[in-house]
Design a protein around this ligand. Structure first.
Ligand code: ZN
Length: 290
């Protein structure tokens, strides 16, 4: 076979004869862009892959345009892992850690006492935040917990990542119809059998056919997933503004410039003394006008 499989797509599907919806995501290039920003230990690369797949699946459940962030934090050697996304399936992410992380490190070994914080920020409307403990063996189980608590809908999640690819599946009872939990359990058992290799090597249609060949599945057009960072010189200027001018002047005096790096994409934004004067002059004038 010499046809390259299509990746970086999110697929939604419905079962014609059951009140259940599904999603399938396959990531490659966007995942590589996220993990190429730093020399991440193997276990963190895979974690970010699973977290990207999870965030993409969650993003597809949004009923609004806006942003989503799925953030893992704890008191262990990995203090943070976060993926930010939006309804256009543009994702970015970063992790912070200290010391050696073994290749097979578990969630507990990485985060210690950890939490998952899911923040939904609509462009118009109120922000919603949900928190669940990272007290299960896998990220998928922690997310199932989140859905259990926030939406009270039976949900099945599968997540996979190696250092090259990441993938995931999502299955959930449709909120309009609560009388078909038997259907969900049957479909959930079928979904549970999906293998990493299948999601990494087969087209979505083929995966769904293998899993649900006795069901009628309606597969929708996929949405492309891209890596996109939202950093900018203007946002970096805003960050500088939160530091006292004396401190920034001291850096300018010593180094001739202030450099702000974006930890998501490694872009660097440089400000010289004229830029810095302008930043604080703008800050002062906007305070006066308020
Ligand atoms: Zn950036």
């Amino acid at each position: 076979m010499n046809t390259e499989m299509t990746t970086d797509n999110l697929y939604r599907y419905l079962f014609e004869n059951a009140s259940v919806r599904g999603e399938l995501v396959q990531l490659k290039n966007s995942y590589q862009e996220v993990i190429s920003a730093h020399e991440y230990p193997l276990a963190i690369q895979k974690l970010l892959g699973e977290l990207m797949a999870a965030t993409s699946l969650l993003t597809a459940t949004l009923k609004f345009s806006g942003d989503i962030s799925v953030q893992l934090q704890g008191d262990g050697p990995v203090s943070l892992a976060v993926i930010n996304g939006n309804n256009l399936q543009q994702l970015r992410g970063v992790s912070r850690w200290n010391g050696d992380i073994s290749d097979g490190a578990s969630l507990k070994q990485m985060f210690g006492k950890g939490y998952m914080v899911i923040t939904l920020t609509p462009d118009d409307g109120e922000r919603y935040q949900g928190v669940v403990a990272l007290d299960k063996d896998t990220l998928a189980e922690c997310l199932e917990d989140y859905f259990e608590q926030s939406e009270q809908l039976p949900t099945k999640i599968k997540l996979f990542a190696d250092t090259k690819q990441a993938a995931g599946m999502f299955l959930q009872v449709l909120p309009t119809d609560g009388n078909h939990n038997g259907d969900f359990e049957h479909l959930s058992v079928l979904t549970e059998t999906v293998k990493q290799e299948e999601l990494f090597t087969l087209q979505a249609e083929e995966v769904l056919h293998r899993l649900y060949h006795e069901e009628e599945v309606r597969l929708f057009e996929p949405v492309e997933i891209t890596f996109k960072c939202t950093c900018s010189k203007e946002r970096s200027a805003q960050a500088i503004r939160t530091v006292s001018k004396d401190e920034v002047d001291a850096i300018i005096a010593e180094q001739g410039k202030v450099e702000m790096g974006c930890e998501y994409c490694n872009n660097k934004y440089t400000f010289d003394s004229i830029d810095v004067e302008a930043i604080y002059a703008n800050a002062a004038s906007s305070e006066v006008t308020q």
